[in-house]
Write a protein that binds this ligand. Structure first.
Ligand code: HEC
Length: 157
């Protein structure tokens, strides 16, 4: 694996990293306590974020743990495979903090299909990571991380 072939992936990674830096700031301003379901689904998403952040560090050359890429991709896939279930309970109107919009349960079929794509794309990423083919990893990573913004823009405050 050579990092010179990774420039495109690294660029995407930087963009993804930058977009998450800003969401982290907004999350910190929500001081109100979360209700249990909100906390649980939030923490599951955080696992995805942390695994993604470590992949970004590796792609940027800030961490030299290339051998961890398959495991980190597997964490993303594992958490993504649990994500839909964490939203199945309609929690509209519950008191406490959440960034989940009512639109989720108003458009469940659409949200649900977005979650299915998220699960499939991260599973594909984990599979590619196992092969060590960094050319394909870049494309699969871009596809998997494209799910975050497309869902958050519509369904997350
Ligand atoms: C199909 C929808 C969907 C997809 C796909 C999705 N998320 Fe989320 N995510 C949400 C929702 C909704 C919340 C808000 C949950 C709450 O507060 O109850 C959330 C919350 C989060 C949070 C916690 C709040 C914050 O902004 O810090 C993080 C981190 C996060 N997601 C990361 C990711 C990452 C990384 C990906 C992609 C690799 C991703 N999500 C994909 C719907 C999604």
């Amino acid at each position: 694996m050579t990092f010179s072939t990774l420039s495109k992936t690294a660029l995407i990674a930087l963009m993804v990293g930058a977009s998450f830096a800003s969401t982290t700031v907004s999350a910190q301003s929500g001081k109100q306590k979360r209700f249990a379901e909100s906390q649980y689904r939030h923490d599951n998403m955080e696992h995805v974020k942390y695994a993604l952040a470590n992949i970004v560090q590796i792609l940027k050359g800030e961490a030299s743990h290339e051998g961890h890429l398959p495991k980190l991709a597997a964490i993303m896939a594992s958490s993504a495979s649990m994500a839909k279930a964490t939203f199945e309970k309609d929690t509209r109107g519950m008191s406490g903090h959440t960034e989940a919009k009512d639109a989720i349960w108003e458009n469940w079929a659409d949200f649900s299909s977005k979650m299915d794509t998220f699960e499939a794309d991260t599973a594909a990423l984990a599979k590619v990571a196992e092969t060590g083919d960094m050319g394909q990893f870049g494309a699969a990573f871009q596809k998997a991380t494209g799910n975050c913004k497309s869902c958050h823009d519509k369904y997350k405050d």
